[in-house]
Design a protein around this ligand. Structure first.
Ligand SMILES: CC(C)(COP(=O)(O)OP(=O)(O)OC[C@H]1O[C@@H](n2cnc3c(N)ncnc32)[C@H](O)[C@@H]1OP(=O)(O)O)[C@@H](O)C(=O)NCCC(=O)NCCS
Length: 298
């Protein structure tokens, strides 16, 4: 006989999610007060592996999460959600144990809400850092990047729309910033994002950033740059493309960029812990990694 915890059988099957689960996943996000974010779920159900537990009463999903695997050996866990009506009945732990069993010794990283953190800590994850969410309407600076480029000659920084031929250089920057090959995400970025821009100095591609839609706002991520000035130039150029409220999640070690964002109208609203299991830290070079694509994928 299956054992029962708080009235829920603990042998509810865990299955892989498919694109057909998109609406059920968005419903689950909404159930927990998160944006429905169907656009982001579409990306995740295509590029990542989704796991779900069906509501035994047939009312959609009781729980879900996604795991994105990167090469050679790293995976990011995200979108861990248990429907409110099933909270604290062991589904989150079951799903996480299943993921840990499937992914063996692969080093895992995730961004944990305050609610999720005790669950992860109980299963061997440790906090190694944090990101800060900034939200608001961007107030443009007086001097656009292109004008300052003209004033400083050809070695000055410029930004422009990314082109298909930029992909190899973008991938090389991404590997060094994120410490893993993330081809399945980067190849989808031009279609996933509304705007995808690169930064160049003296003709060399030095950074990139994307802007993607999230339930009536625009999210900046990933944001990869060699320094704060380049990151600022990319943010300003993306912001000039939209009238929507902007959101981004900046590694808290990037104090200069966070201060600048706040001056430019993006207020810091919350912090999320970065956690790892099976590795001391998130791979890659944090000094070039300003914002993740989404906290669900790293
Ligand atoms: C976080 C979440 C997935 C946990 O799922 P759950 O099924 O309720 O968790 P479980 O019942 O498996 O609990 C596992 C352990 O996590 C901890 N935990 C779970 N919910 C908690 C809460 N609200 N406060 C404190 N600890 C909590 C406890 O240690 C718990 O063990 P216990 O019940 O034996 O004390 C769920 O609360 C949720 O979907 N929250 C909203 C979305 C979210 O923040 N997701 C995390 C993203 S990183």
């Amino acid at each position: 006989m299956p054992s029962i915890r708080h009235g829920l059988p603990d042998d509810l099957p865990i299955r892989h999610l498919t694109r057909g689960d998109l609406i059920a996943c968005a419903d689950l996000s909404e159930d927990r007060g998160w944006p429905r974010d169907e656009h982001r779920w579409g990306l995740l159900l295509g590029a990542s592996t989704g796991y779900g537990i069906d509501d035994p009463a047939g009312k959609g999903l009781a729980a879900a999460c996604v795991v994105t695997s990167y090469q050679p050996s790293h995976a990011a866990l995200g979108m861990m959600l248990v429907a409110e009506r099933f909270a604290r009945q062991g589904l989150g732990r079951r799903l996480l144990l299943h993921v840990l069993a499937e992914h063996g010794e692969t080093p895992l990283t995730l961004f944990a809400t305050d609610q999720g953190r005790p669950l992860y800590e109980g299963l061997g994850f440790a906090v190694v850092g944090s990101v800060e969410r900034s939200v608001g309407r961007f107030l443009p600076e007086d001097v656009p990047v292109r004008a300052s480029a003209e004033a400083h000659g050809s070695s000055a920084l410029t930004t422009r729309r990314a082109k298909a031929r930029d992909l190899p250089a973008i991938m090389a920057l991404d590997v060094s910033a994120f410490g893993a090959e993330r081809t399945q995400m980067l190849a989808r970025l031009p279609a996933f994002s509304d705007h995808f821009r690169v930064a160049e100095r003296a003709g060399e591609l030095v950074g990139f950033a994307a802007l993607w839609p999230s339930d009536g706002s625009h999210v900046i991520g990933p944001l990869v740059a060699p320094d704060s000035d380049t990151a600022k130039a990319l943010v300003a150029s993306l912001a000039s493309e939209t009238d929507l409220v902007l959101r981004t999640e900046i590694d808290t070690r990037h104090t200069e960029l966070r201060g600048w964002l706040s001056e430019r109208g993006l207020a810091a609203v919350s912090r999320t812990a970065v956690m790892t299991r099976g590795c001391q830290d998130v791979p890659g070079d944090w000094s070039h990694r300003f914002a993740p694509l989404t906290v669900a994928t790293g």
